[in-house]
Design a protein. Structure first.
Lengths: 341, 341, 341
């Protein structure tokens, strides 16, 4: 495979960056500051790596103006080097090797519609009433269930399952193993056993969302589960029925949101964090990793729960005391405070 | 597609509900109290939505007798409106579009048995010695491994993998991405490396169980991993080898149960909760979300661990103090209490 | 199916165990101490099961020398009975029913290479530039993406997805639903929306690793995500981009490791534990279940966070006090301690 080649000058011009160095220099890829060789572009965004700058071997380094003087190589000066680097790196990314059309091993229902330019990979199944819009790419082993829609230029990387009534916007990227539109967890207790509460809603995913590997988003019970545009979900996240996530929010791996919770716009939910059902989070709320949100949060800001990591012997002594913390508090005269829920 | 139509009178009679209103009125679906239009049935179970009753536009509302006078529309009076609604909603649910027989793209071993009326979907693989009983439905991309059994009228929605020696009862529902019968995590340390402990048992799932998307249930090391009847598992749950879960217990998303733990009947395990290996939980134990159970629980009741969510600045100060809680306790004269494990 | 038969004498000789009993006795399998009948071998490793020894019905029991006198049956004496039992059990394990060659339903790119003796199962997809080495076994529905390599005698049990640039060593075992090589979670915030940071690295998995069902291991952003040899991952684990896990470390189910974290050799990470990004853990660090590691750990040993499980009513009172723990500490004269991060 031949690699793409770009000159530093062309890159600077394309992304509006100031170049300090030879504009005719060819580069063929990107790499870390520590590893990049003379045909690669590196970047410096996190100050903890500044010490690596002196030894940089890259063709050029994307960095802030304040770091440029310390750089022994060409510089591409950017106000946000990480953003600029992301755009430059995309020049060298290999797209999916997707031929337009339907692979002969795929099974497409006669009532489904696959638009011109869409690509349906090996062993895909597209069921009744489904639509795959122009430019969408389905990798191998995807299932697009009844009445689902895959928006234009969206990509299901491989082995993605859209169960039923799932509508993806444009440029949505879904990673392998994700399941969208499975039944929500609706059960009602009758006398001595459970009965299933039918799950009749769908899933709506806005434009430019990304959904990680093995993440699950359940269909609504009544009405839809909704991700607004530009929501970013990492791997192994669980989104229950009738959750709504506001635009531009991002959830890290293994986070879980229980049924009918509403998350605002521009929220950041840490890895493994949990949000109980029927709660609301305001816009711009950050929840740190593995915290559990047990009540609605009305103000933007950062929220946490949990205790610090310690050597186990110390932790055991402290944890044992936690079981008597109310008594300890009473002894120190804090007894007038009512327990809060 | 034409929708099912039912009269209010027929619904009331079918489910033994008291109807206050016109029995001849046709309805064609269900919806939320806030959204339902004049051909839909809604319900009021949670008191927090009672204020919506005055503005209800539904054909009829399923509710308790005490709420009937406040309802401006027809009423279907039920002692448990949520249970009654679940049954009514099922009338309008679309079943899987499953034709009996084996899809031409499916691969069924010659020693496997597919009973009359079962449906094997596209790209399914049914291996040696497997049995799919009458009326069972396998959606696309399911694997039924060696010597597995899918009980009558069970349904594997899509892309479910039964690895080996997995026996499902009747009317079991398994959602996409679930993996049953993978090897348990059995490793033994020899000098300086791990050796694998063979996993030789199976998985037994009782009648009427439901298993969520991307949930995993490992085969036993020796003997089986067991779910008794009517166990309800949400998405992304991990059930390790040789766990036993009693009938009618329900586990919410992302819960995890370690090897050889035993959970009683009618237990409720909250989302993200963990149960360590070799423990026993009595019947009717409730564990709240993201709690960790580190010892057996012999009495029914509700159990919790963790700390409350707080603004991060406050939390940091408190969490830092937790590291010295034993010393704090000693200072206040609680030093006579032994640390507990 | 006929079962394998072995004599006790042959087993003792093969694994260097002392036999006390009849070497000519045939055995046809293994079972638990409580269940094993007269043709099965059982074992006693955990002292909590010693009481079962008197009633043992097994052909022979694998145990420590100190327990031999109390055993009413033949004994196979081993310094580590669990290790010895694991090896004996492997004699009776059924291997995958894998015929060498490519199943007619599999789709193998013309530029891929499948070596002699490898087995490619039903509906597998092997993409451009991929290599499946000799003796490797791919069960049904596996995807081996572009430029991936499956090392000799490795096994993808079923429905495993290697997205791109994933290189597995020899004798690697991967369980169903695992996804290796999906994009890491790289996003950069530009003004008012996210842009994707291209993920250009791969995944390298050393010899003799095992990877559990529905576990995810993301490709590196730049450079690779690496598991050294003999790393053991349970189910539903999330390994983010550019993580490095040292040889012989084992992670229990639902653990999660954030981006660029480094875990040493011989570490043990408990179920549901979390490790934040860019941290380092020394060799031989143990983290207990559901603990969150928020700073690097430089010393071997056991580490924990969290609070103990309690009846909910007691817990609520204590948890409410945690919100004021800093104030409580100040009152008892611990105010001179600075909060720690």
């Amino acid at each position: 495979m031949t690699r793409a080649l770009h000159t530093l000058g062309a890159i600077a011009e394309r992304f509006g960056l100031e170049l300090r160095g030879d504009p005719a220099l060819d580069v063929d890829g990107v790499d870390t500051l520590a590893q990049a060789g003379p045909t690669r572009i590196a970047f410096l965004a996190n100050p903890r790596y500044r010490a690596q700058l002196a030894g940089a071997g890259a063709a050029a380094v994307v960095l802030r103006a304040a770091d440029a003087d310390a750089c022994p190589r060409a510089c591409l000066v950017a106000p946000d080097p990480y953003v600029a680097f992301a755009k430059i790196a995309a020049l060298f990314e290999r797209g999916p090797a997707a031929d337009p059309g339907v692979h002969p091993s795929a099974i497409v229902a006669s009532t489904a519609r696959v638009e011109v330019g869409a690509s349906i990979g090996p062993c895909c199944v597209v069921e009744d009433g489904a639509v795959v819009e122009a430019g969408a790419v389905l990798g191998p082993h995807c299932v697009v269930g009844r009445d689902c829609r895959v928006g234009a230029h969206s990509r299901l990387v491989a082995r993605v399952t859209l169960v039923q009534d799932v509508r993806l916007g444009k440029r949505v990227l879904v990673h392998p193993g994700a399941v969208l539109g499975a039944d929500g967890f609706g059960i009602a207790f009758e006398h001595d056993h459970w009965i299933k509460v039918p799950q009749l809603g769908g899933v709506v995913v806005g434009d430019d969302c990304e959904i990680g590997a093995n993440t699950t988003i359940d269909r609504g019970a009544l009405g839809d589960t909704v991700l607004e545009e530009d929501v970013r979900l990492d791997n192994q996240i669980q989104i229950a029925h009738n959750v709504r996530i506001g635009a531009h929010s991002a959830l890290a791996g293994c986070a879980a949101v229980a049924g009918s919770a509403t998350i605002g716009r521009y929220c950041l939910i840490g890895g493994g964090a949990g949000i109980l059902g029927h709660l609301s989070l305001a816009d711009r709320v950050t929840v740190t990793a593995m915290s559990l949100v047990t009540h609605s949060i009305r103000e933007p800001g950062e929220y946490s729960s949990g205790t610090p990591i310690q050597p186990n012997r110390q932790w055991r002594r402290n944890a044992a005391r936690f079981k008597h913390l109310d008594e300890i508090a009473r002894r120190v005269g804090a007894a007038h405070k009512e327990p809060e829920s």
